[in-house]
Design a binder for this molecule. Sequence first.
Ligand code: SF4
Length: 213
Amino acid sequence: MAADVQLSLLGRTPGFPAAVPLVGTPHRGASDLGALARAVEECGRCGLRAGATHVVPGEGNPAARLMLVGEGPGQQEDLTGRPFVGPAGQLLERMLAAIGLKREEVFIANVVKCRPPGNRVPADEEAAACLPYVLARIELVNPEVVMLLGATATRALAGKNLAITKVRGQWFERAGRMYLPTYHPAALLRDPSKKREAWEDLKKVRDYLGLPG
Ligand code: SF4
């Protein structure tokens, strides 16, 4: 592994939050996922809320062993209030099925909970404003593995200067939890040649969790 992408340094990954900020953050007092979802629903910490039809807080198994973090809601997610329900979500479900998991067995979330206009990439300030919710969600679900889907999730949770093309498929550990950056399903739809690498990443998760082959 190249020195600039050594991600297994416990608690010292460049750009990774030093600790989940439990004080002074919008999820303070959120004792469970429902309370966290309500805090997100009432949120106006960044300008994305004004253009959103629905806030998309994330959904899934509250005790999932695997959590997936994507970028943000698209048009169909904004209309339904559910994450990954469009074509990328359908591909994600097929990817999960390939390692023996159903959608409802994992927890699915995004870095930002409100749709960026025109599906643009969230600005760093927007991702930073929403990041405490993601961190709180990870703490509450307490998964063994978090897959970071694409560049925005990797930048937000692994380090803002890390390129997904360089770090995908490389585990890093934080506070006893394993993280694995991989491509976003939407990127796989745009460039199917990336699916082989994505499958390699999925197999790593399958093997780490001891799922049947
Ligand atoms: S994107 Fe996140 S931080 Fe911004 S308003 Fe929506 S819930 Fe709040």
